[in-house]
Write a protein that binds this ligand. Structure first.
Ligand code: MGD
Ligand code: MGD
Ligand code: SF4
Ligand code: MO
Length: 879
């Protein structure tokens, strides 16, 4: 990875791979698709990444994030040593201190005054140890996970409907479906390899695609039907669909009678006229659903992250049950997971409301678990769910918090309240791979964990497939595996015997053996066949699907073996608030991962979206006086944040959307989670992130600027700034009210300067002794700024002349490629548009002409969008 101050070489190409070095098979670090990777170590901290053609999740395909994983295995920003405050400490000292503090907290306030907040980015082995330690030994249920922000509503819906949190489908069902409904899922960006599989099914068998999303995303653009639903309109819509199927005589009465328990009169009580979208759209939706029984409904955060998230999940499942569209090839309600091991966390029991292995807190279950673990302090009841947990930290009920592999200071709703809570906490321990995250900054004790590429264990993907993540690189510094840190800590608490694991294989065996308890309690989670894996078998473990294709095919898990239809009613989901007339939605960008601790360091991935954009409908922009490319401040009852305005008709009027990714390390005040309220779903405790009453005003800085520099800039207090990674350093966007003094901002060296005071223009380039560009600042009060790309490319170069540098463009103009669409080949939108105007009319012709879309394929939806925008005459002219 290019460090801030080094001028690094480009990554090795396939032909440069060292001979004789074998690829290691592992699993992608990012999303819940769980793609298999073949990774070849090509040198000190450099890795070549290819898709694993033999992995059943992706058959060799990878998206842009997986493809560029090699750019994120460097040591920049890593936490390499335990730290107490700002001082380096030994492992013994740091863990002794943590254990002392925990013992003291428990002695004075009881075990419920301590808590773990963990993550779907831990491996199953880490998760298992954390859960066992908290629920069996410390003796509290207070371990919750960021899956509470992610999958909790889907899990609750599964439990209500099926009696166990089990996904009843696999990716094969997508291949075999005639109709796929995407509910609240921007699959093309967030699960790109599933998206490619959907595209393949559409090509191979003409599968129809419906997208239900308030935004016209790149996913929605490609659908046969886009249902532009009002935020949180899903329960009404699915209830109306169920009623419509009843009216059309399409309910499966024998399936309902044999396999389902239906609240009396429920289906008959549903009306077909209350569906929240216009009549022709509803009719088109109903016609497709009626026509194609082989139907999969894939749902993610637009469903889960809502105050009615569990009801949305059950409304979807109700429709599948009532039409018998479940447990057969090409059919089923399919909640897809976000993080690489969100599913593994649910399996071991990392949510505060499960005990372990899909078991609950009945006296019998607790006794069985206590016996299995030989646990002295089995917890009495479920622990606090994330939102309540941070409230308890804030008001002092929880005094010791250990955060592992998540960044709640950014990712929790009402995050400034969460920061306050973290700052007040008597003891905050943070295990992370990065030294300076927004959360780690508040920690008393920081513990360095192994990152992807170093750690070793298993993850479970969306379809219940367990795959190995394998170490490629040696542990850097003093970093250790999360499970090893926990076992060492448990030993210091006096429980060394129960945590005497010496390898992930030991832990996996114990976990697999423990699923005998879930089997005993009638559940389908059964890994007992893996309880005897020896080290070699674990090392060589092939991807393995538990539960088979349709694990609920024989019976559902409720005592009578029947599924439950749940009576859900359409609440508006509305938090009406006249002072905040707009509704704020939040989501993800194609090439960034969550709080950007890794993807934000990749120059390639940073090209796709360099800033957090506020997407707003043209009518709202006019109404609120917002200008394209200007700044705007969004406010809610929770807080305020500033974003760059992007006016686009892909938003509904009245809705706003911002990305969740930017942190205080990447921007000032563009942190989306200052805005969502910590309002939760009553069944799952999952917060709604996608429908917050909001208001917006334009921000008018007195000057705007951009800065390219090799190292982190030492910024003065500004109205707003945002930065993104470029090949040899950083590109900063700046805006201010008070005058800027460049002296403090720019490095020492030879200054070249130009100014035009009339237009408030000032430009400064700083060169080193060898003539290489160290930094350049372009500032204006009223005018425009030069394009960023050329200036960024001059960093470290000695080729730009003084006048060129001050102009911010080369003497002989180069064509402006436009915003980058294909990050793998660096192809911009202007290049694609030119190719289209020159006669390329299909995505394959564009690929041939420009190379765009020929590597990972993540940009193909964007290319289709560009092609659709080319005016007809030029297409005709080209024919
Ligand atoms: N590139 C990238 N990929 C990722 C991640 C990432 O950070 N970056 N994170 C991973 C994780 S952990 C997760 S959980 C997944 C999330 O994957 P997704 O769920 O696909 O992602 P989001 O963008 O959060 O939200 C999906 C869509 O829900 C829509 N939506 C909002 N409100 C509603 C509503 O009321 N009803 C309906 N029907 N739709 C609504 C939004 O407009 C948005 O387009 O992505 C995973 N993959
Ligand atoms: N507004 C808004 N907010 C959201 C969402 C949304 O859609 N909108 N989505 C929510 C969802 S679905 C999710 S999943 C969360 C995600 O939110 P977070 O979990 O907070 O996001 P990450 O940036 O993935 O944080 C992971 C942290 O773990 C560290 N890490 C990575 N690997 C390891 C490891 O092996 N060990 C240890 N100890 N540390 C490691 C990383 O450096 C990073 O600091 O955000 C939620 N917040
Ligand atoms: S779809 Fe992309 S991010 Fe998700 S697992 Fe596959 S390669 Fe990784
Ligand atoms: Mo997630």
């Amino acid at each position: 990875m290019p460090g801030g101050s080094t001028c690094s070489a480009p990554p090795l190409s396939a032909s440069e791979r060292p001979e004789g070095v074998e690829a290691i098979r592992t699993t992608c670090a990012y999303c819940g698709v769980g793609c298999g990777i073949r990774a070849t170590v090509t040198g000190d901290r450099s890795v070549r990444i290819e898709g694993d053609a033999d992995h059943p999740a992706n058959f060799g395909k990878l998206c842009s994030k997986g493809t560029h994983l090699g750019e994120t295995v460097g040591l920049e920003g890593r936490l390499l040593h335990p730290m107490i405050g700002q001082s380096r400490a030994g492992w013994g000292e740091a863990l002794d201190l943590a254990a002392d503090r925990m013992r003291q907290t428990i002695a004075e306030h009881g075990p419920d005054a301590v808590a773990f907040y963990v993550s779907g980015q831990l491996l199953t082995e880490d998760y298992y140890v954390a859960n066992k330690l908290m629920k069996g030994f410390i003796g509290s249920g207070n371990i919750d996970t960021n899956s509470r922000l992610c999958m909790a509503s889907a899990a609750a819906a599964h439990n209500r409907a099926f009696g166990e949190d089990v996904v009843p489908c696999t990716y094969d069902d997508l291949d075999q479906a005639d109709l796929i409904l995407l509910v609240g899922s921007n699959t093309a960006w967030c699960h790109p390899v599933i998206w490619q599989r959907i595209e393949a099914a559409r090509t191979a068998r003409g599968t129809k695609l419906i997208v239900i999303d308030p935004r016209r995303t790149e996913t929605a653009e490609q659908a046969d039907l886009h249902v532009t639903i009002a935020p949180d309109g899903d329960v009404a819509l699915f209830n109306a669909l169920l009623a419509e199927m009843r009216c059309r005589g399409l309910l499966n009465k024998s399936y309902l009678a044999q396999h389902c328990d239906v609240p009396s009169g429920y289906i008959d009580s549903l009306a077909t006229n209350d569906f929240g979208v216009d009549h022709p759209t509803f009719a088109a939706l109903a016609d497709l659903v009626a026509a194609y029984p082989r139907m999969v409904t894939l749902f993610s955060q637009g469903a889960n992250q809502s105050r009615s998230g569990t009801d949305k999940g059950n409304a979807i499942i109700n429709l599948h049950l009532a039409t018998g569209r479940i447990n057969r090839p090409g059919m089923g309600p399919f909640s897809i997971t976000g993080q690489p091991n969100a599913m593994g966390g649910r399996e071991v029991g990392g949510l505060a409301n499960t005990l372990a292995c899909h078991l609950g807190f009945s006296a019998e279950e607790r006794a069985d678990v206590a016996l299995f673990w030989n646990a002295p302090n089995i917890c009495a009841e479920p622990g606090l769910k994330a939102v309540d947990l941070f409230r308890a930290v804030h008001d002092g009920r929880v005094k010791f918090l250990w955060v592992m592999a998540t960044n709640p200071a950014v990712s929790m709703p009402d995050a400034d309240f969460v920061r306050e809570a973290l700052a007040r906490c008597e003891t905050l321990v943070v295990s992370d791979v990065i030294a300076d995250t927004d959360t780690a900054r508040l920690a008393h004790i920081r513990l360095p964990a192994l990152a992807w590429g170093e750690k070793d264990g298993t993850v479970t993907n969306s379809e219940r497939r367990i795959s190995r993540q394998r170490a490629l690189l040696p542990a850097p510094g003093e970093a250790r595996a999360d499970w090893a840190i926990l076992c060492d800590f448990a030993g210091r608490m006096g429980w060394s015997e129960s945590f005497a694991f010496t390898s992930p294989a030991d832990i996996f065996r114990e976990f697999a053996g423990m699923t005998a308890l879930s089997v005993q309690h009638g559940k389908v989670l059964d890994l007992t066949a893996l309880a005897g894996l020896d080290y070699t078998a674990y090392a060589e473990l092939e991807p393995l699907l538990w539960g088979g294709a349709h694990p609920l095919g024989r019976r559902f898990i409720h005592p009578d073996g029947k599924a439950r239809l749940i009576a859900v009613s359409a609440q508006s989901g509305e938090l009406a608030d006249p002072a905040y007339p707009l509704r704020l939605n939040t989501g993800r960008y194609r090439d960034q991962w969550h709080t950007m601790t890794r993807t934000g360091l990749s120059p390639t991935l940073s090209q796709h979206r360099r800033e957090a954009l506020l997407e707003v409908h043209p009518a709202d922009a006019a109404r609120y006086g917002l200008a394209q490319g200007g700044l705007a401040s969004v406010s809610t009852r929770a807080g305020k944040a500033i974003f760059r305005v992007e006016i686009c008709d892909s938003q509904r009027q009245g809705d706003l959307c911002v990305p969740m990714h930017w942190t205080d390390s990447f921007a000032s005040g563009a942190r989306a989670n200052r805005l969502p309220l910590a309002e939760t779903d009553p069944h799952s405790g999952q917060p709604g992130f996608k429908n917050t009453p909001a208001n917006v005003v334009a921000v008018h800085p007195s000057w705007r600027a951009f800065l390219v520099c090799r190292d982190d800039a030492n910024l003065p207090g500004l109205l707003w700034w945002s930065r993104s990674r470029i090949k040899h350093g950083w590109l900063y966007e700046l805006a201010g009210a008070a005058d800027l003094d460049p002296a403090g901002l720019l490095p020492d060296g030879q200054w070249l300067e130009a100014a035009d005071l009339k237009h408030g223009m000032r430009r400064i380039a700083v060169q080193g002794q060898d003539g290489a560009l160290l930094a350049a600042l372009y500032l204006t009060r009223t005018g425009t700024l030069p394009p960023r790309e050329w200036a960024s490319e001059q960093l470290c170069a000695t080729t730009g002349s003084g006048p060129e540098l001050l102009a911010g463009r080369p003497a002989v103009p180069v064509p402006d490629r436009g915003p980058v669409v294909c990050v793998c080949h660096g192809v911009g939108s202007h290049t694609i548009q030119s190719a289209a105007c020159a006669g390329a009319t299909t995505i394959d012709e564009i690929a041939k002409a420009t190379q765009a879309g020929t590597n990972c394929g993540s940009c193909r939806p964007a290319i289709v969008r560009l092609l659709s925008e080319i005016p007809e005459p030029s297409l005709e002219a080209a024919e």
